[in-house]
Design a protein around this ligand. Structure first.
Ligand code: F3S
Length: 406
């Protein structure tokens, strides 16, 4: 496989160090991965989205790695954005984040900024300014964003790791393999969904079931009863990417490649999904009391913020409520009067971060309610929280009463 890879003259020169050690290091990473995956060549990418931002996950070794790379003179040559950090970088003090953590987190964001990556700090860049076009090649890392870009927008990206997305940003290329190729985008499993999908939590439970069955495959879904009008597909892909490693799914009648008829399903035998209960059972625990409610995973859209403000309807909260979102969406929600409505109830509209990448132990929370299947999947292991999982209305009820009502 190793000798299959062909580089252009410019790529070979970068690899030889002609454009300095920072670019050479980036090209060495991209080339090593291309050889591992048996790629024939590299593909130019239009944008990169880089994960590995929270100091909670990076630690000192990760921070030094970034600072050393920046000191070599490496800079992103294509638009590149950053995944959420470990804290709201403006309201951290009011939210109880330790100052020592914030200093380290700032150093991480500064290192990325020096590397030419925009400090957007969101997992939904497609809601906040970076909307890739159909067929565009990308190097994105955040698994939920990868799924959205591939499935809903019809762009093309593999699920890059943090360092490989950064390397791709610096050289503007990645390995042409997997989901960059027509063949890699064909479905490997076919599902007939026969139960009703009524909420975002139902979509998440479905995603958990499909992801755990197909692992890194490409599922094709036929949903007999259709989806609710307000369905936000980001929650479906986020769940599939959590329980499996799904980077692309096709949804009949909804996603662009399924609509375009470029997809072959005739050789696949359909599996039937008749109930979402096994998905709920994987996520929903048994804690009666809830001290934190988190909605906005992936980061909340303006429409979700309006739904949350409407569901709160001015009532006072017993548990803490965090609505996590991207900074530009928060700004628009301020202008629309949504942040003041949520805060009037005692809720917080938190930007730049989420409960999975924040140092939750230092904030003293124990039990979480969420409408996000991805957050429910990761919170016990990543944040040590017991979890209740259900639709927005039940989460808002838990925020108001401090209890989870079955
Ligand atoms: Fe985004 Fe955090 Fe969820 S990064 S997808 S809000 S776990």
């Amino acid at each position: 496989m190793a000798d299959k890879l062909r580089l252009t003259e410019e790529e070979a020169a970068i690899l030889a160090g002609d454009q300095g050690p920072g670019l050479q290091k980036a090209m060495a990473i991209v080339v090593a991965l291309a050889k591992i995956y048996g790629a024939a060549d590299l593909v130019p990418v239009e944008s990169a989205q880089v994960s590995g931002v929270s100091y909670k996950n990076l630690g000192e070794a990760g921070l030094e790695f970034l600072q050393e790379w920046a000191a070599m003179g490496a800079r992103a040559r294509i638009p590149a954005t950053l995944n959420p950090a470990g804290a709201d970088m403006q309201a951290w003090r009011a939210l109880g984040f330790p100052e020592a953590f914030i200093e380290k987190q700032r150093a991480v964001v500064d290192a990325y900024t020096l590397l030419g990556v925009l400090p957007t700090l969101t997992c939904t860049p497609y809601q906040a300014g970076t909307q890739p076009a159909i067929g565009q090649h990308l190097a994105w890392a955040e698994s939920s964003a990868v799924s959205y870009a591939n499935s809903v927008l019809g762009a093309r990206t593999n699920r890059e790791g943090g360092p490989s997305a950064l390397a791709a940003a610096i050289v503007g290329r990645t390995a042409r393999c997997g989901l960059h190729l027509d063949e890699g985008r064909q479905p490997t499993a076919l599902f007939d969904v026969r139960c009703a999908i009524a909420s975002e939590a139902d979509l998440g439970a479905l995603g958990i079931l499909v992801g755990s069955q197909v692992r890194s495959g490409v599922p094709y879904l036929r949903v007999a009863a259709g989806l609710p009008a307000h369905a936000d597909l980001k929650t479906l892909g986020a769940a599939m990417a959590a329980s499996g490693a799904v980077g692309l799914y096709h949804l009949e009648g909804f996603t662009p490649e399924a609509r375009a008829g470029a997809i072959r399903t005739s050789a696949l035998r359909a599996s039937s999904i008749d109930s979402l209960r096994p998905g709920y059972d994987q996520l929903d625990g048994n804690a009666a009391e809830v001290d934190l409610v988190s909605v906005g995973c992936p980061h909340a859209s303006l429409a979700e913020m309006a739904a949350i403000a409407g569901a709160l309807d001015g009532r006072t909260l017993r548990a803490q409520l965090w609505v996590t979102t991207a900074r530009p969406i928060r700004d628009r929600a301020v202008d629309a009067g949504l942040v003041s409505r949520i805060e009037a109830s005692g809720g917080r509209v938190v930007a730049d971060t989420c409960l999975v990448v924040a140092p939750v132990a230092a904030l003293g929370f124990r039990s979480l309610a969420t409408n996000s299947a991805k957050m429910a999947f990761y919170a016990p292991s990543h944040s040590g929280l017991s979890v209740r999982f259900g639709p927005l209305e039940r989460c808002i009820d838990a925020a108001i009463t401090g209890r989870w009502h079955p």
